[in-house]
Design a protein around this ligand. Structure first.
Ligand SMILES: *[C@@H]1O[C@H](CO)[C@@H](O)[C@H](O)[C@H]1NC(C)=O
Ligand SMILES: *[C@@H]1O[C@H](CO)[C@@H](O)[C@H](O)[C@H]1NC(C)=O
Ligand SMILES: *[C@@H]1O[C@H](CO)[C@@H](O)[C@H](O)[C@H]1NC(C)=O
Length: 508
């Protein structure tokens, strides 16, 4: 047989196996695998100035630049979870979640930003929520910082001021003191790239600073050190009695190459956007990736800066950061192709992180898209990313802390069902191939204020009616599908839910 024919035969067999794997079989999860769903304080709580809470940088943006957020929306009321925590816990029970990931609002707990004054009403809100969850065996996974910095601290430089390492650690200590008896899973910081590049290097997130190539790199160093210092405080002072886990959530999109000559460019794109945060923590020797250090230094010198715009980590700082996370908390949404050639030179402002990296990205037309999401559904990218993390960092335990897809309003969210099913399937492939993945969290349990995207980007398993004073929550089709996965601990390709009414199962 000519080789082409045998190759063709091999492909036929392979694709039949693939379809057997994905379409006929029900796939089981490992026995101790756990499922959750996530939200964040500013996106759902509302009560922006209730009972002593002060302004965060997101309140400040919404109030001083009222149309920065889509449709001129703000988070003043949002999903009103500040008043509806009992309904939120009921949703967790309807879904049968093992855990719920939510965040604490720093200015709700510490109105001055500092621990000189603790706002009892804010503390009470979180105690009520946690106690209600524990009553039904739903474990709290608590993000200490999910982007709502006290505005006062921003006025002193926010994440570019190295003193924030102490400010943040003081706040984290208050959280351990207040809730550590009941909370056994802590996430220090959510998505450093979105804090630093989106917020300080661009105008995509509060504080909309847009000082790229400088402020984003200062922020990167301070976020890493703040995270690491809080980790060590917990590890040394609280873990011995409280016995919990503490880790960081890093947002990593996957940058791939379509043509071999762009392999290095794709590698650099992964390094500049997420490994800049994960290498210092999870790699064997710590520190920023060498590609980032070298490129930023060379560009800086060329541009007339006396030293690299990327601050150095001292040997002591490298040691402090290295190993400072019990899990690799991973938020993942999308995959892109990357290229770097003459056409990219001079494309970006100078200096800037984009110019330092100097790549362009694109997605293939033929990749499946969604109803509104400009980004495509590429589950193979998720598999490759998980495999890269396994190979980079000697197979660390991974917790998927976010994964999800936006749709328009409406309860028939087939795009989200497709996305979640395919991505969970890709995750199971990675587990089969040796990745140590412990749990999966959908973003998001319900619709919320999607930052500058406002209320028009819906990520919720539950739809929230933002027009109704009750902020009514209604399960979408994806809620029924996810509930079935959690209940049966398997992925059933053929499951078609009866979406009439969602009930609370025994045991929850
Ligand atoms: C953000 O900064 C870049 C330069 O780095 C500039 O080209 C752009 O216009 C700025 N955007 C805004 C909205 O200020
Ligand atoms: C650069 O690469 C892109 C993507 O492969 C291609 O479309 C473009 O024509 C190339 N430009 C140059 C100047 O080589
Ligand atoms: C935009 O704002 C208007 C007026 O408040 C509201 O009626 C409409 O539902 C909003 N649309 C979205 C997508 O939030």
């Amino acid at each position: 047989m000519p080789w082409q024919h045998s190759l063709l035969l091999l492909y036929t067999v392979l694709s039949e196996c693939e379809s057997a794997k994905t379409q006929n079989l029900k796939r089981k999860f490992p026995n101790d695998f756990r499922f959750g769903a996530a939200t964040a304080a500013y996106q759902i709580e509302g009560g922006w100035n209730a009972d002593g809470k002060t302004e965060s940088i997101w309140d400040h943006v919404a109030h001083t630049k009222p149309c920065a957020i889509d449709n001129c929306s703000n988070g003043d009321v949002a999903a009103d979870s500040y008043h509806l925590h009992k309904r939120d816990v009921e949703i967790m029970r309807e879904l049968g979640l093992d855990y719920y990931r939510f965040s604490l609002s720093w200015p709700r707990i510490l109105p001055t930003g500092f621990p000189d004054k603790i706002n009892e009403a804010g503390v009470q809100y979180y105690n009520n929520l946690i106690d209600e969850m524990l009553k039904y065996n739903i474990e709290p996974v608590v993000t200490i910082y999910h982007w709502d910095l006290p505005q006062k601290l921003q006025e002193m430089g926010g994440w570019t001021n190295p003193y924030i390492i102490d400010w943040y650690t003081d706040y984290a200590r208050v959280a351990f003191e207040l809730f550590g008896e009941k909370v056994k899973n802590w996430i220090t910081v959510n998505e450093p790239e979105q804090i630093c590049y989106f917020g300080y290097g661009n105008n995509l997130h509060a504080p909309l600073l847009n000082i790229t190539g400088v402020a984003d790199y200062l922020c990167a160093k301070n976020v890493l050190l703040a995270h690491a210092k809080a980790y060590h405080v917990y590890d040394e002072e609280y873990r011995p009695n409280q016995g919990g886990a503490i880790f960081i959530s890093i947002s990593a999109q996957y940058y791939d190459y379509e043509f071999k000559e762009y392999k290095d460019a794709a590698e650099d794109a992964n390094d500049f956007t997420w490994a800049i945060y994960s290498h210092p923590i999870f790699s064997k020797y710590g520190d920023f990736p060498s590609s980032v250090k070298e490129r930023v230094k060379a560009k800086s010198i060329q541009q007339g800066f006396p030293r690299s715009r990327l601050p150095e980590l001292t040997p002591t700082e490298i040691e402090t950061i290295r190993g400072s996370s019990d899990y690799f908390g991973l938020n993942h949404y999308f995959t892109f192709y990357v290229y770097r050639n003459e056409s990219v030179k001079g494309l970006y402002p100078c200096p800037s992180k984009d110019d330092d990296l100097e790549v362009a990205i694109y997605q293939k037309e033929e990749w499946k898209g969604g109803q509104i999401n400009v980004n495509k559904i590429v589950p193979s990218g998720f598999y490759k990313l998980l495999t890269k993390i396994k190979n980079y960092y000697n197979n660390p335990p991974v917790i998927i802390t976010e994964n999800g897809f936006a749709t328009k309003r409406g309860l028939d969210d087939d795009d989200r069902v497709t996305y979640i099913t395919l991505y969970i399937n890709a995750m199971l492939d990675a587990i089969d191939d040796g990745s140590d993945i412990r749990s999966y969290t959908v973003w998001s349990m319900m619709d919320s204020l999607e930052w500058l995207g406002g209320f028009s980007e819906c990520y919720g398993l539950y739809e929230v009616d933002f027009e109704s004073p009750q902020r009514t929550r209604t399960p979408r089709k994806s809620a029924f599908v996810y509930k079935q996965i959690v209940r049966t601990r398997e992925l059933d390709w053929h499951y078609e839910p009866d979406t009439d009414v969602i009930t609370i199962d025994e045991g929850h």
